[in-house]
Design a binder for this molecule. Structure first.
Ligand code: PLP
Length: 387
């Protein structure tokens, strides 16, 4: 590595995870959720890899994300589920992007857009089955279905999907999960009564794909598992973490006992030791809240991050290890060589692996490699570089 830091994204792991999830989905379609730049892994690279390994749909949460995938030549079916009421979706319809709809007003606006562009809008009607985020509530659902049936009759929209999202799928015995499943069944029955059927019914996220076959329907939507984070606490399904964050030591120094380290100082050395300056900080997504607990891997040895995590740098106490400026250290990786994982960082910071992965900043260049073996062998072949 020549720069300060890089996120190495192992597309071999993404391919493995996609195949594993496709097998778990057992015959139904798989949507690769590539929102937030594929959870920080690079939307286009991940989308191509997932599509080549069993995914047939892509999912995103903003119009610019959808347009960027189309601009990169990705023509696969694509669902968009967040947009503002005033956002013009002309380009989405022109580029065959399906749109999620949660309200009659949004559906009317979309029908007008379809009229204006001379297209049919393919919509996925979203039911709120208990998450209270997107989707029409049980009270609103009938109205949404009635408006959809009317607009579909005029050929302006075509209902491709009926869908919802789960509040949690980690605990299969949770009563809330079963209330959501019942509510979803109710919403589908109401739609069918209104003469509205959709070719695609979808509900499952990563955890549900892996352990709740009753939620699979026609299509499953997987995010975090694609990136190799096990979605069910305490269970391993054999997923492989895709991202390794490495950095270059920019300076080392020997300091006496009693030396203050970083701002505050929150840390005072208790002995004479060697410190390594590692140029990643909270601007790169290293969570400040992990200070006092975090470790990184230096030549295969876990060393504590000492003192406050600053915007651009952290200090690591490397003790008696021989470390020189220019050496590469691993902030997190698959964990196969003893290095911390994204899950470790999440625990240290009191957050989720999702927040760690999506937080890795744009200043950190991504490098996509493809390994066929678990972990990230040194021979991993670099297949693309992003400056
Ligand atoms: C993010 C997201 C997913 C993916 O969920 P994971 O738990 O990461 O698999 C699926 N559906 C919707 C609506 C989402 O927003």
């Amino acid at each position: 590595m020549t720069g300060l830091a890089e996120a190495i994204v192992d597309l071999g792991a993404v391919a493995h995870n996609t195949r594993l999830l496709t097998r778990a989905a057992a015959g139904v379609q798989l949507m690769a959720v590539v929102k937030a730049n594929a959870f920080g892994h690079g939307a286009t690279a991940v989308a191509r890899t997932a599509l080549a390994n069993g995914a047939s749909w892509l999912g995103v949460t903003s119009l610019p994300e959808a347009l960027a995938l189309r601009a990169d030549g990705i023509t696969a079916p694509l669902l968009l589920w967040l947009y503002s009421p005033s956002e013009a979706l002309d380009r989405a319809l022109e580029l065959d992007v399906d749109v999620s709809v949660s309200s009659p007003a949004a559906l009317e606006t979309l029908a007008e857009t379809a009229e204006r562009t001379g297209r049919t809008a393919f919509v996925h009607l979203k039911a709120d089955t208990g998450l209270s985020r997107g989707g029409a509530t049980a009270d609103e659902w009938q109205h949404l279905v009635t408006v959809a049936a009317k607009l579909q009759g005029r050929q302006r929209i075509s209902v491709r999907g009926i869908w919802s999202h789960l509040a949690q799928a980690e605990d299969p015995t949770d009563p809330g999960l079963h209330r959501q499943l019942d509510a979803f069944a109710g919403a589908r029955a109401l739609a069918a009564d209104g003469g509205l059927t959709a070719p695609l019914t979808h509900l499952a996220n990563s955890a549900a794909v892996l352990q709740l076959p009753d939620t699979h329907f026609d299509l499953v939507r997987t995010g975090i598992a694609l990136y190799g984070v096990e979605p069910v606490p305490g269970r391993s399904f054999g997923l492989r973490p895709a991202m390794t964050l490495q950095a270059t030591v920019v300076l080392t120094k020997r300091v006496p006992a009693g030396s203050g380290v970083s701002y505050g100082p929150d840390h005072i050395t208790d002995r004479e030791t060697n410190l390594a300056l590692v140029p990643v900080g909270f601007a790169d997504g290293i969570p400040r809240g992990a200070a006092g607990q975090a470790e990184i891997s230096v030549h295969g040895v876990r060393c504590p991050v000492v003192g406050r995590i600053a915007m651009d740098q952290i200090v690591v106490d490397v003790g008696a290890l021989h470390v020189r400026a220019g050496d590469t250290v691993t902030v997190f990786g698959p964990g196969t060589s003893g290095e911390p994982t994204v899950g470790d960082w999440a625990r240290w910071a009191g957050t989720s692996p999702h927040e760690i992965l999506t937080g890795i900043g744009t200043r950190v260049p991504r490098r996509w490699v493809s390994s066929s073996q678990p972990g990230l062998p040194a021979s991993a072949e670099a297949i693309a570089d992003l400056a």
